[in-house]
Ligand binder design. Structure first.
Ligand code: GLC
Length: 449
C-alpha cells in the first residue's frame, strides 16, 4: 500500500510543474515579493525534519497503525505510555546546528492524529499522556534560542478523529477494501466537522507560538477518486488564505492539493528520490525530503541506513540543482536521537564545518562552466565563486577543467584555504592537487572567477 501511495505522491508532485501560465491564483503576490519572502530559505539549503509521535513507541514506522490495520483501541497502549524522559529540544537544536542545518520542521501531528501541542480542540495530545507538556512550545523556544528557523509539519490526514472519513490510506480499509466496509466505517462521520477541526488546529499553530517560518501540510492524493483526498476535502484554498493572513512571511509546501493554482504552495517536495532524478528539478523551487534510513518515524530494526557519502551526495546534488535538502531524524520514545542518527549528523557536522560555503547561498553553476569529470559543481552567484566537489579524487593529482582557460583568478581547498596551483593549456585549465586527499569524503575546491 505504501508503495502505491508513494507512486500517487510522485505523480502529484510532478503535476506541480504544469506550466504556470495556465494556472489560477489565490493571492496577488508578485514574483519579486515571493523571491524576497523565500530568500532566507533559498540561502539556507539544509534543514532538519523531525518525525516524532506515538509511533516512536512502536518503533516500526510512523505508518504502523495503517500497516497493521490497528483500531484506536489497539493503538491506545502508546498514548498511555508516552513518556519521553530524555526530551531536551536544546540538544536536538544543537545537533541540527552543528550539522549545518539552518531550519527544522517538527511533526506537530502526524497521520495517527496525536498532537504534540496543547490544543483546545482535542484530548488526544501530549498534555494528557505521562509527558504532560506542550512539546511543540518547548521545541519552538529551543530552536529559536539556538538561532534556527522553525517549521511545523501538520498532517491533513487523521487516523484518530471520529469525523475523519475513511479513504484508501485509512488503517481499517486495508484488508476489506469493499465499498460496504467504507460505508460501515463512515456511518455517522461528518467531514465538515473534521474540516473545522483541522482549520481550528492550524489556527492555533499559527497564533499560539509566535512567528513560524514554515508550514508543511501533508498530503493530498488521487484527485477525483472516491477514496482519495484533495484540496476540496481540506477546504485548502481558505486554509491557505488563513495561514497567510496569520503568518504573512510563512513558507508553505505544496501538498494541499492546489496544483491548479500557481500560488497553491511555495515549493515542490520530491520525496526520497535519487540524486539522478534531482537533476529534473533544476530551476524549480524545491526541497527534497529524505530519511537516514527507510522510515520517518523511529524504526529500531531498520538497517538500511544511508552512508555518509550518500547523505553528502544528496546535499550536494540538491544544491547543484538549485534546491534544498531536509534530512529526517526520528527521535526515540525517550525523546532522543539514537546513535545511528547521531553518527550520521556528526559526520555531516564534520564535513559542513569545513565546506559549508559550497552549500549556503549556492545554486547550480552557469552553463558556461562544464562539469569536470568525477565532480559536481555548485556556485555562489553573489560572490561568483565556483565550487568543485571532488567525488573521484584524481590519483595523479591532476584535474582537467575543460574550457576554463582564462577564467580562474585563484584556486584553493575549502577545508583549509590552502592554495592550489593551476595552469592553462589550450582552452583548458589543469588544477594540481596534492597526492594525499584531504580527510573528507568529498573534498571541495573553491575557484575565484
Ligand atoms: C509521506 C508519508 C509520511 C511522511 C512524509 C514526509 O507523505 O505519509 O509518513 O511524513 O511523506 O515527506
Amino acid at each position: 500500500m505504501i508503495r502505491k501511495i508513494s507512486i500517487a505522491l510522485m505523480v502529484l508532485i510532478c503535476s506541480a510543474s504544469i506550466a504556470s501560465a495556465q494556472k489560477k491564483r489565490i493571492g496577488n503576490e508578485t514574483a519579486a515579493q515571493k523571491k524576497k519572502r523565500m530568500e532566507w530559505w533559498t540561502d539556507a539549503r539544509f534543514g532538519m525534519f523531525i518525525h516524532w509521535g506515538l509511533y516512536s513507541l512502536g518503533a516500526r514506522h510512523e505508518w504502523l497503525k495503517h500497516n497493521e490495520h490497528m483500531t484506536n483501541e489497539e493503538y491506545e497502549k502508546y498514548f498511555k505510555r508516552f513518556d519521553p524522559d530524555h526530551f531536551d529540544p536544546h540538544k536536538w537544536a544543537r545537533a541540527a546546528k552543528a550539522a549545518g542545518m539552518k531550519y527544522a520542521v517538527l511533526t506537530t501531528k502526524h497521520h495517527e492524529g496525536f498532537c504534540l501541542f496543547d490544543s483546545k480542540y482535542t484530548d488526544y495530545k501530549a498534555m494528557n499522556t505521562p509527558a504532560h507538556r506542550d512539546l511543540v512550545k518547548e521545541y519552538v523556544q529551543a530552536f529559536r534560542e539556538e538561532g534556527l528557523k522553525v517549521g511545523f509539519y501538520y498532517s491533513l490526514l487523521d487516523w484518530h478523529h471520529p469525523d475523519y472519513t475513511a479513504d484508501s490510506a485509512y488503517p481499517l480499509t486495508q484488508v476489506d477494501t469493499s465499498q460496504a466496509n467504507y460505508d460501515r466505517i463512515n456511518k455517522g462521520r461528518d467531514m465538515n466537522k473534521y474540516r473545522e477541526y483541522l482549520r481550528n488546529q492550524v489556527r492555533e499553530l499559527m497564533t499560539n507560538y509566535g512567528k513560524i517560518d514554515i508550514l508543511w501540510l501533508d498530503w493530498s492524493w488521487d484527485k477525483g477518486s472516491r477514496h482519495g483526498k484533495w484540496g476540496k476535502d481540506w477546504d485548502a484554498v481558505n486554509l491557505l488564505k488563513m495561514v497567510r493572513q496569520l503568518q504573512p512571511g510563512i513558507i508553505v509546501n505544496n501538498r494541499l492539493g492546489l496544483y491548479e493554482y500557481s500560488d497553491g504552495g511555495d515549493f515542490e517536495t520530491p520525496e526520497q528520490i535519487g540524486t539522478k532524478e534531482l537533476d529534473k528539478y533544476r530551476g524549480h523551487t524545491f526541497e527534497t525530503c529524505q530519511t537516514f534510513s527507510g522510515s520517518w518515524g523511529y524504526y529500531r530494526d531498520e538497517n538500511t541506513w544511508k552512508t555518509h557519502r550518500q547523505l553528502l551526495d544528496l546535499l550536494i546534488s540538491s544544491v547543484s540543482n538549485g534546491g534544498n535538502l531536509i534530512l529526517n531524524v526520528g527521535p526515540t520514545a525517550r525523546g532522543e536521537f539514537d546513535y545511528r542518527a547521531t553518527n550520521a549528523l556528526d559526520s555531516m557536522a564534520y564535513w559542513m564545518h569545513a565546506n559549508s560555503q559550497a552549500i549556503y547561498d549556492c545554486t547550480y553553476a552557469p552553463s558556461s562552466y562544464k562539469v569536470p569529470e568525477g565532480t559536481k559543481l555548485t556556485y555562489n552567484p553573489k560572490t561568483k565563486k565556483l565550487y568543485i566537489m571532488l567525488y573521484d579524487y584524481p590519483a595523479d593529482g591532476r584535474l582537467k577543467l575543460p574550457g576554463y582557460a582564462g577564467k580562474v583568478k585563484y584556486a584553493q581547498f575549502l577545508n583549509d584555504y590552502s592554495e592550489l596551483k593551476y595552469s592553462d593549456n589550450g582552452g583548458d585549465t589543469e588544477l594540481k592537487l596534492p597526492k594525499m586527499k584531504p580527510p573528507y569524503d568529498i573534498p571541495v575546491v573553491e575557484l575565484d572567477l
